[in-house]
Write a new protein. Structure first.
Length: 352
């Protein structure tokens, strides 16, 4: 009986020792980051060059090496005081960020690659929010609209406040002349609050065409910098129907051809019953229907072989779509070359 119990005990010991976990290499501490790997910068401006220092400490009894620092953005300048860290020693990694071209909330990263370690890389990051040099301009484009030319005149006023007291604004300048708009801009320095400006932009539409303009305001007061503020304005007179694609390539074929077009209206909900088109050829079938975007219509155009032949025989052939109270949308009809794809075939996938 005692020999039997001894045998069971011996087998159990063998099984348990066979399943026991061996100490893994990554259980041995190597270069450890002191504190967090994200430096929270808070709110900064383009004039700042935020600098963060990260410390890696060697917790082992061997000298450990840093192989490289790899930036994820050209805006980062990184350096380390030593690439070889003795036991108990530390390496200080400095990360400096150039904020030029960065807007709003951001996060930029640096990879530290370690040598002879199971933990191959450590990610270091800087995060924050870039404030504009001046507050008061809209983040996006200013959309202006009018029902007709008689009322197509807009005056927009902006109060601009610097985020740094050193900053000043120069004379505003439109990026280009625009034959569709009469455009003026004036900048006045306010007595109070001190350092603020009042910008007044007046636009008058000269045609029914949609027009876009860009206003530039140079920023001065910061050394070795040439910054400028940008204001985009888009003026629209009346309602307009737009189509994509705006060209139809046809080739003679023994089979019917099918093309699709996406029409966008300036209404909140497009009605297929209000859409008309010209020409209306024999053998042509046009089927408009609503899509997920309620202001749009997906139009399916089916042509018989004879309709294609008839259309291509016309000089300067085109397909015109009209919608109630909208300027029409025109599609050019052109003979297809061998390498021309079916331009309208992709529209259904996008909407559906």
């Amino acid at each position: 009986m005692s020999r039997f119990l001894f045998l069971i005990f011996w087998i159990s010991a063998v099984v348990c020792s066979g399943n026991a976990e061996e100490p893994q290499d990554d259980d041995t501490p190597g270069l450890e980051l002191v504190g967090t790997n994200i430096a929270a910068l808070g709110e900064v401006t383009l004039l700042d060059r935020p600098q963060s220092v990260f410390v890696l400490t060697n917790r082992t009894d061997q000298t450990l090496a840093i192989r490289s620092l790899r930036r994820t953005c050209a805006c980062i300048t990184a350096s380390v005081d030593t690439m070889s860290v003795p036991p108990g020693g530390s390496a200080r990694i400095t990360m400096v960020l150039d904020l030029t071209g960065i807007q709003g909330s951001f996060k930029r990263a640096l990879w530290v690659t370690l040598a002879d370690s199971d933990r191959k890389r450590i990610l270091l990051q800087q995060a924050g929010t870039v404030l504009p040099l001046f507050n008061g301009l809209p983040d996006g484009e200013v959309a202006l609209s009018a029902p007709d030319l008689a009322t197509a005149c807009w005056t927009n006023t902006f109060i601009l406040t610097p985020t740094d007291p050193r900053l000043r604004l120069g004379t505003p300048l439109f990026a280009a002349t625009n034959s569709a708009l009469r455009q003026t801009a004036t900048l006045v320095t306010n007595a109070a609050p001190q350092g603020t400006y009042t910008l007044t932009v007046v636009l008058q539409a000269l045609t029914n065409a949609h027009a876009e303009t860009r206003l530039l305001l140079p920023v001065t007061g910061a050394e070795n910098r040439k910054d400028q503020l940008l204001l985009k304005l888009n003026a629209k007179v009346g309602q307009r129907l737009t189509v994509r694609p705006d060209q139809l390539y046809l080739r003679e074929s023994p089979r019917p051809t099918l093309n699709r077009f996406l029409l966008r209206t300036d209404t909140e909900s497009a009605d297929p019953a209000l859409l008309t088109w010209t020409p209306q050829l024999e053998g042509m079938t046009v089927t408009p229907r609503t899509v997920k975007s309620k202001s749009s219509l997906l139009v399916t155009l089916t042509l018989t072989p004879q309709a294609v032949k008839t259309w291509l025989a016309q000089p300067e052939a085109s397909l015109s779509f009209a919608y109630t109270n909208h300027a029409p949308a025109i599609i050019r009809v052109l003979p297809a070359l061998e390498d021309d794809a079916d331009a309208g075939a992709e529209e259904e996938e996008e909407e559906e």
